[in-house]
Design a protein around this ligand. Structure first.
Ligand SMILES: [Zn+2]
Length: 136
């Protein structure tokens, strides 16, 4: 058992505790959320006299892609629509990111616990024969 690596591992575990506090914040939020994505696309309308053809000022359209149980749907958004829906979609994405990062966090903590276990293992007091056998 090395004292240094044990204290280093404990310090890493403490950091993980602080990290989980930050990580779970979106789950304590009560803002409404909406599963979706906001996309912006630029296009030419096809009218030869239009600024999009003459000056290359492309038309911009903002859409939201909604996830329904039976599939996706795209809805065009006005400026007001964007202001209304984007906080909900962002809240959704924050929660999903937290959920995903929780999986990584869990794996890292399990690795730390395994390392702590390896460091703390002791065959002290066992017979000479048992000391030779690898522990599980
Ligand atoms: Zn145009």
């Amino acid at each position: 058992m090395t004292k240094n690596s044990l204290s280093s591992l404990r310090r890493q575990l403490s950091e993980k505790l602080e990290e989980i506090q930050r990580l779970l914040k979106p789950a304590f939020d009560s803002a409404p959320l909406l599963p979706g994505v906001i996309t912006t696309s630029r296009h030419r309308c096809g009218n030869s006299g239009c600024a999009c053809e003459r000056e290359g000022k492309l038309h911009e359209s903002v859409r939201m892609l909604l996830r329904f149980k039976d599939g996706y749907a795209t809805r065009c958004l006005s400026k007001e629509g964007l202001e209304f829906f984007s906080p909900r979609i962002e809240a959704y994405r924050r929660l999903r990111r937290a959920r995903r990062d929780l999986g990584k966090w869990y794996k890292q903590v399990v690795e730390l616990i395994d390392s702590l276990e390896r460091e703390r293992r002791s065959v002290e007091g066992l017979s000479e024969e048992d000391r030779k056998r690898p522990l599980r």
